[in-house]
Ligand binder design. Sequence first.
Ligand code: HEM
Length: 160
Amino acid sequence: MSQPLPRRLSWAYALTVTLLAVSGTMQMPIASRYRITAVPGLAWLGDFWFTHKLHYLGAIALLTLVFYLGARWVLEWRRNHALTFFGLARAGILTLLILTGAMRVLKNLPGVSFSPRPIMLVDWAHLALAALLGLLALLRLSLRASSVRASALPGKAPPR
Ligand code: HEM
């Protein structure tokens, strides 16, 4: 069965996650240390507050997309389209990324403080989940590429 997700929403998701991955990585901060800022056109990556605000903008866009797609799936698509393994894994990782991200937002508020150990665990979990989301996307792409190559072999049917 064809997937229900409109192409423009797939693009919006890919762009949002790319924005979050780039702006999130720059929060560590690595741009100046590894001289990324010396690359023509990339000096802005060394501006911590700018990339910080970009990460918050990306988070707002991601939340909007996740609520919209979640609502459409529950109300319409669920009946005819079961979630695949990758869809389920992505939904789980995104949920945890949003929860850990929300805790980091709370921690950044003036007057809010947590004890160091739990907040360190939240920070590591957010980073590890971001890496896991990237690995999952790579795995999905490589499986897709190998099934397309296999279908090009003589006598093999194309993937459905
Ligand atoms: C695909 C989704 C996301 C990715 C790939 C991502 C990635 C990252 C990365 C790599 C970091 C730096 C980790 C570190 O400093 O150890 C980070 C930090 C952070 N993220 Fe995310 N993130 C995502 C979603 C979110 C969401 C949805 C929120 C908010 C609800 C959020 C809020 C934050 C905050 C507040 C920080 C810390 C910024 C600071 O240093 O104060 N992130 N993110």
